[in-house]
Structures are given as structure tokens and as C-alpha cells.
Design a protein around this ligand. Structure first.
Ligand SMILES: [Zn+2]
Length: 237
């Protein structure tokens, strides 16, 4: 093949790539406005893309279910929505993420680990005099446990067992330590962690019986909180 044709083809592919970038950035669902095609490439390149089926003109009969019908003078990128999210999907996801961030920020919490937050961290808050690092053996109060379990119940989540509470508490203390977080009180943050903790469906414990774990002295106050919660079942907090 003559190098000129190769060059022409490569130029057309360059147009295809740039126009694809435009469509993705502007969420056009793969539509390339005619004015953009003109700006990014030559008429010959456009013809080439249409000819080989990478682009469609108005009135095209591509059998691909996801190829949109462009307006007269515009183009549709073949297959585009196989490799790119729709405008509606992107906007819905952005809205969900923004809403999630608003919720966590409102509670002064960090986003959970499994949902990476790519926005820069907020500036550190002014340090309060009574703020300090979390004590190594920090434990939630009965009231913390109760509030967290009630919040889970409100959210339709299963209650955490004393062992699960211990696990969350250990993770929480480790993270607060690793992140060198300083605070005057920890109960509210801890509650946020417990509220977000996902669990496998817990096996039913008939009659509210809790397995005895004599070694786990730390869990005793949590268990007491749980028991009180059960007795107070139906109360509104
Ligand atoms: Zn198509």
C-alpha cells in the first residue's frame, strides 16, 4: 500500500480518537456534531471513517442496537456505548457520589475504604485544645453501642454481635492511630463505622441468647448494651 494511503488512514484514525474524546468529555453518547468533525479533521478523513463503518451518518442502518441516529450533518460513533457509559449513567453516578460525600462530610466521617475518594482531602480542622490521639485501648460506651445498633436497626441492617463490635472497634482504633486523627471524643465517629459495617446475615439466635465468651472481657459492656437494646425493643430512641 502506498505510504500516502497509510498516512490518510492514520489521520482518519486520529480524527476518530479525538472525536471519541470529545464525545466522552461532553457526554454526547457517541454523537459527533458536524462542526466538531470539521474542526478536528478534514472532509476526506470524515468520509474515510464513514466508509469503513467507524462513524455513521444521519439515516444509517447499522444493526448494532446501541448505535444512535445522529441528526443531519452530525455523526454517530459506531459501538461507542459498548465502551463508554451513557450520559444518563454518568450523571446518575456523579449525583450518587456527590450525595454520598455530602452525607459523610455532614457527619465528619471519611468515605469508607472500599469506595475510593479521588477528591483531595478537606483541609484539616482547627485543632481544639482538648483534642488528642485515640487511646490504644479505647472502647465505646454502652450509649455508643446502643446508638449505633439503633441506627443500624433504623437502616434495616442486622445488629452486630459483640464479636463483630470488637472487630470494628479494633479496626477503628487502628485506623484512627494510623491516620493520626486527633479528636476530643470518639463515640460519634465509631458509631459511623458501626452503622456502615456490612455483615453476612447473622444466624438467628433464638430467645436472644448470646454465646458466652468468658475471655472477651471487653465485649461484656457491649453485650450489656445489646441486651438492654433487646429489652427496650420497640422504644423510639
Ligand atoms: Zn454502528
Amino acid at each position: 500500500m502506498h505510504p500516502k494511503f497509510v498516512a490518510a488512514k492514520n489521520a482518519a484514525l486520529g480524527l476518530w480518537v479525538r472525536a471519541g474524546g470529545y464525545a466522552a468529555q461532553h457526554l454526547t453518547d457517541g454523537i459527533v456534531p458536524g462542526a466538531i468533525a470539521k474542526m478536528y479533521g478534514t472532509p476526506g478523513q470524515v468520509r474515510k471513517l464513514v466508509e469503513v463503518g467507524l462513524w455513521h451518518e444521519h439515516g444509517h442502518r447499522c444493526s448494532h442496537a446501541k448505535c444512535l441516529q445522529p441528526g443531519p450533518g452530525d455523526y454517530a460513533i459506531h459501538d461507542y456505548l459498548d465502551y463508554n457509559p451513557t450520559r444518563a449513567d454518568v450523571q446518575a453516578r456523579r449525583e450518587r457520589e456527590a450525595e454520598k460525600k455530602r452525607r459523610y462530610r455532614a457527619r465528619g466521617e471519611q468515605l469508607p475504604l472500599d469506595e475510593p475518594d479521588r477528591t483531595p482531602p478537606p483541609p484539616p480542622r482547627p485543632r481544639r485544645d482538648d483534642a488528642g490521639p485515640i487511646p490504644a485501648g479505647w472502647q465505646p460506651t454502652d450509649a455508643d453501642v446502643e446508638a449505633a445498633q439503633l441506627a443500624r436497626a433504623d437502616a434495616g441492617l442486622p445488629q452486630l454481635t459483640p464479636q463483630q463490635l470488637d472487630t470494628v472497634t479494633r479496626r477503628f482504633v487502628r485506623r484512627m492511630t494510623d491516620d493520626q486523627v486527633r479528636a476530643a471524643a470518639w463515640g460519634g465517629r465509631w458509631q459511623g463505622w458501626v452503622e456502615r459495617e456490612r455483615t453476612e446475615p447473622a444466624p438467628a439466635s433464638p430467645g436472644g441468647t448470646v454465646l458466652q465468651h468468658p475471655a472477651m472481657t471487653k465485649s461484656q459492656q457491649q453485650r450489656a448494651g445489646l441486651d438492654r437494646l433487646r429489652q427496650n425493643g420497640g422504644h423510639s430512641a
